[in-house]
Design a protein around this ligand. Structure first.
Ligand SMILES: Cc1cc2nc3c(=O)[nH]c(=O)nc-3n(C[C@H](O)[C@H](O)[C@H](O)COP(=O)(O)O)c2cc1C
Length: 462
């Protein structure tokens, strides 16, 4: 039965979000590293009047530059697009160079992720976009959508940048005195996206807990600063069906952001073999594994489990790293198993290859590994994470069991939803069409549910 109540997908979420980003829907396709969120994906979304972020993580600056040029040429400089901006905990120079590139290329929207705290390069990006309009209001030329899963990080993005960072940037001539002053009247981010249990890096948060909690936090901070435009709160993690999207909006989300489902689409920059595997995933086919890039810190990622040994092997490597002070301290049987099954080569060979790379890229890291046997083991184990990702993205048939495919349960839910329709096959899945269906479906679900809660006229009297 169709609902009599009518809700338009274009009315879901925040009107200010749609206005500020010039989009049709309060819907975003999030960045996915190494161009999995590809330039084609961003162009396709932009042409449909929807926002998405190029997956710049792990790409060299030259590649990012050429991808952005491609997008800007296809959509025009004012076309709707953004790029991912990953925190670089162990490489602040790279973070600074990335901010510089984005400023040079006239990028007006970034999706900031993995920040444990707001850093000077990110403040520089934000603040160099500030100006005063003729009517005295502040113009925010550089928009930040920050992805967070913890309140202490959200708090920093919901507040103005720290005066200490502003002073340092001003003294270094990177921002003007006026910009430093204006910065105190705006929050660091226009949009704060709460990431619950998601594909890729995850703290496995629960949306029912996090979204209301972050909205309360935003309200508290807003009542203190009284920003002209209060930062918006969005929802990511687990969104793969109209029902889930509807629930996010009912919880108070100003916008929604998807990830995992977009990796299984025509536009995603990964191998067909990976997309075939993703298409067969159900809701329980994911697992938690250590993150290769933050291996020593114990950060976690969510990955596809079905048909691969990657999560089990990755967890085993992390376990060994935690338990043993060096590779040599591990028993011989286990070492042999890892060399023959996981690596397909000896520990020494992997270290040699790794050494050649680090000598050029990060010599300090290499020096640390040569001094510290546990660190050396971490460097070699991290090689497996890099390779497992490359094998997946290139679709190497010889290494299918080792594919590292970051993905959350949202995809399994999406797969179930579209079963028996043309979208069952990923070759019919286009990111803008998936957005359209999810938003239209969410509007319908909301109308039906809200209507079902209303008592029939006169029922209260009987
Ligand atoms: C394969 C993959 C790669 C990702 N890479 C990044 C990334 O480089 N930067 C980032 O901010 N988020 C990244 N994400 C997270 C997504 O942008 C998005 O926030 C998340 O996937 C939403 O949750 P969902 O997977 O449950 O939809 C990635 C997610 C996936 C599935």
């Amino acid at each position: 039965m169709g609902a009599a109540l009518s809700i338009s997908p274009a009315d879901l979420g925040s009107a200010a979000f749609r206005r500020d980003h010039g989009v049709r829907y309060a819907y975003v396709a999030g960045g996915m590293y190494k161009g999995i969120a590809s330039k084609e994906l961003v162009v396709r979304m932009g042409r449909a009047g929807l926002l998405s972020f190029l997956g710049t993580g792990g790409l060299g600056l030259d590649r990012i530059e050429s991808d952005v040029r491609f997008i800007q040429a296809a959509l025009g400089p004012d076309g709707i697009h953004g790029v991912n901006f990953l925190a670089q905990l162990s490489n602040p120079e790279l973070e600074e160079a990335t901010a510089g590139l984005y400023l040079r290329m006239g990028i007006t929207r970034v999706e900031a992720a993995a920040f444990l705290q707001v850093t000077p390069p990110l403040v520089r990006y934000r603040v160099t976009g500030l100006g005063r309009r003729a009517d005295g209001t502040v113009e925010t030329g550089h928009r930040i959508l920050a992805k967070v899963s913890r309140p202490e990080v959200a708090q920093q993005f919901l507040s103005p940048p720290s005066p200490k960072i502003l002073d340092a940037l001003r003294s270094a001539g990177k921002i003007s005195a006026l910009q430093a002053e204006l910065a105190l009247s705006v929050p660091m981010a226009d949009d704060v996206c709460v990431e619950s249990d998601s594909g890729g890096h995850t703290d496995q948060g629960v949306a029912f807990v996090l979204i209301p909690g972050m909205i309360h936090l935003r309200n508290e901070i807003q009542s203190r600063y009284v920003f002209a435009d209060q930062p918006r709160i969005g929802a990511a993690g687990g969104l793969g069906t109209p029902e889930a999207v509807a629930a996010a909006f009912l919880l108070g989300a100003d916008f929604v952001l998807t990830g995992s489902i977009n990796q299984c689409s025509v536009e995603a920059g990964t191998s067909d073999r990976v997309k075939d595997m993703l298409q067969a995933a159900d809701v329980q086919d994911t697992a938690i594994a250590p993150a290769g890039d933050l291996f020593e810190m114990g950060a976690k990622i969510q990955v596809l489990r079905k048909g691969v040994f990657f999560p089990a092997r990755a967890n085993k490597l992390h376990d060994l790293y935690q338990r043993y002070p060096s590779w040599e301290a591990i028993d011989e049987k286990t070492r042999h198993q890892i060399e023959s099954r996981y690596f397909g080569r000896t520990f020494a060979d992997v270290f040699e290859e790794t050494r050649r790379h680090y000598e050029r890229a990060l010599p300090e890291e290499l020096a640390r590994a040569e001094r510290n046997p546990r660190q050396k083991m971490a460097l070699v184990f991290r090689w497996y994470f890099i390779q497992s990702n490359r094998w997946a993205m290139s679709g190497d048939p010889a290494h299918q069991v080792d594919y590292q495919i970051q993905c959350g349960p949202a995809l399994g839910a999406f797969n179930r939803w579209v079963r028996g329709t043309p979208l069952e096959n990923w070759r019919s899945r286009h990111v803008d069409d998936m957005a359209e269906r999810l938003m239209t479906g969410a509007a319908r679900v909301l109308a039906e549910r809200l209507e079902s809660f209303q008592s029939p006229a006169g029922a209260a009297d009987s």
